[in-house]
Design a protein around this ligand. Sequence first.
Ligand SMILES: Cc1cc2nc3c(=O)[nH]c(=O)nc-3n(C[C@H](O)[C@H](O)[C@H](O)COP(=O)(O)OP(=O)(O)OC[C@H]3O[C@@H](n4cnc5c(N)ncnc54)[C@H](O)[C@@H]3O)c2cc1C
Length: 486
Amino acid sequence: MSDVVVVGAGVGGLAGAIACAAAGHRVVVLEGAGEAGGKLGRARVEGVEIDTGPSVLTLPHVFDDLLALAGAPPLQTERPARWFRYEFADGAAVEIGNGLAGALNGVRSSLGRKAADQLESYLARARVTWEVAGPRFVFGGAPGLKSLASASPRELAAIRPFTTLWQTIEESIDDPRLRAILARFATYAGSDVRRAPAVLSTIAWVELGLGGFGVRGGMYRLAERLVSAARGLGVEFHFGAQVESLLIDRGAARGAVLRSGERVYGAAVLCNAESSVSLGALLPQALRRPVAGERSWSGRCAVLRVPPRDRAAHEVRFPADYLREMEDLSAGRAPPDPALYLCAPRVAHGASGFADGSEALFAMTNAPAGSEDVAWTLSAEDGARVVWERGPAALAMQFPGSEGALYGLASHSWRTAFQRPRNRVAHIRGLYLAGGSAHPGAGLPLAASSGLRAAESLCADLRPRRALWATLGAALPLAPSAQEPR
Ligand SMILES: Cc1cc2nc3c(=O)[nH]c(=O)nc-3n(C[C@H](O)[C@H](O)[C@H](O)COP(=O)(O)OP(=O)(O)OC[C@H]3O[C@@H](n4cnc5c(N)ncnc54)[C@H](O)[C@@H]3O)c2cc1C
């Protein structure tokens, strides 16, 4: 029997497993798929391994800290000089370099000094917001009325809970192209800039100010590094181990039942499935709780095989009316002319291309969660051939309970931070939630932070119980009488 049963080896599950094992607990990870990573996934296409999920890494120190818990060296990252190229329907283009100076120089040379100055002020303000909101919301516990009441007037002024991101952009930036560039950061949370709270301006600061990164050799190396760090701490992995239900004994989580019928017992469960599933189908009917809130957007993704050429690591081609796209997505319609995002893994991550010299491009457009898959028809460039694709319906199948949403709940109000399920489940002892659909939300560093927060609560709760049972000279109450979901 293990101390901790982790369900799911996505980033949140892996972070939770590492933190629990580093705290001295015996950990077993049950992953339904054939390998770890979850949305941080990969495909082998025409002989080449290609990332199929995240392409931009921010806040890499979160992962370095995690690896350090296992005594493992830091992640090998890349900082491509040609960071993002933005193209507009009017033929204009803005190319920015990595980091604050790279962003300001790029905007200055394409859009002029005034735009660069406005960007600098916008990012300076976003930085203040990050310095308030980061420790409190991203690396701290789930916000509650208490934390809101304890916020100082200065902190509330920085967070501006009742202002939208679009209002902030409109009042700070005049150039419509720079507005579009900044509005797009709302889509990193799968959200509509017109409804997203101003606090999401921090995403622009994190990427443009603190810097965006690639992972040497491809993003999937991150999943591999986390698995090997966990193994180094003695974590046991079972792949192809789909959990059908959680074992609940007298109101406490005591393990999991696999599709095969096998039971895996533990003193606590850290669940990295979608929160709607962890608090729904995996539980007995009477203990299920709905997860309130709107789903974030999904994406139509493709891998294109293209002739090689010099390019930036990432590229965005904006439509003439970007806000119209947001309007369509918010109304649940697939936009007819969506912004096209492209990542060149060769430039972004130093990843290898095809044997004949052609390279892979990861392409994505936003689509409403729950929408149908439609064959990829957008032509990114001459000679491009689609070699892999996955739409919202396929994502929904692969990640049950997500409806294909890439980033858990949409951030469409200041309330979202309060609606996200907390890492410690209040009504079931010994059950903890980790991942993009729990506090503090999605994106690689946030999902990792979620795993760490869940592990922190779990370890704090397990310690006194262990001490008590050691004193009584008895084993922890385990599942012989465990009640299974109906
Ligand atoms: C196309 C795409 C692009 C993205 N781009 C970026 C980006 O550029 N930068 C960024 O930071 N983030 C990006 N993200 C978001 C980021 O990938 C996610 O927020 C993060 O990986 C989610 O991690 P998670 O912990 O929620 O776990 P998930 O990735 O959701 O994994 C959960 C794991 O649990 C397993 N599981 C679920 N239920 C069970 C069960 N019952 N039994 C056993 N196993 C189970 C699943 O198989 C899966 O492996 C992107 C996501 C996608 C899909």
